[in-house]
Design a protein around this ligand. Sequence first.
Ligand SMILES: [Zn+2]
Length: 264
Amino acid sequence: MEAVDSRPEIANSNNNEKKADLEEKNPNGLWNPMTEGVKWIENYVDSLERFFERLPAFISTFIATFALFTFGATLRGEWVIILVTALKQLSGETHMERNSTSQEALTLENLKMSHFGSFFIGAQVLAYSIYFLIGGFLHWYFYVNRRDSAKEWKIQPDKWITPELERHEIIIGSISLFFASSFSAFLACYFYNENPSTLYYQFDEYGWIWFFLQFPVMFVYMDYTTYIMHRLYHTPWLYKNFHKLHHKYKQPTAFSVTAIHPWR
Ligand SMILES: [Zn+2]
């Protein structure tokens, strides 16, 4: 496919040519994550370039860094859990007593999972918005705007992911994103409904020392578990069955992050 190599020409051509170019790559009219998911941002190449040229370097670097951070920190829907915790904190609510409900009918209320539908839809909408909006921005910032200066930011400056693989990682990434944000919606709803958990909503509930200590402790804990899990996924059986897919992308992009086996 010629999509990657023709990008500089896309940037220099007028809008009609850009549109014709995009339509040409999607002749069968099927949804194509490459054209409609990411390449939408290439329609705004000129205005984005003009805007970023006017910004002081430290501000444009900050925007890109913040976009990267947000992309990594919120993709799997963690934001819904953080939001629930923050709202509970603001409302001053602690673990409250619940009225026991009758267990006759299998309703969301009786399962202590009220409003699950709203959590589910909210988590999906936000996860995909972040994935394509911030992902699209990062795609433009690095792969369109800074393509010529790849030596400054890219570990493999002379090697680029093929358009086929980029499309592949966006499709796999979108599928995994659905499972990850569904699970986050479940967790957020579970906490929202006062189910048993170790989450707490008052800063001083466990003392102030633990309040400050929990951040480095959780960071180290997560860092080690992520490392150990990744190490395990490189053992032959797990690698072959679950992890090999993720390493298909030898020149990873932002979209490779969620392009993992849905089970993981
Ligand atoms: Zn690996």
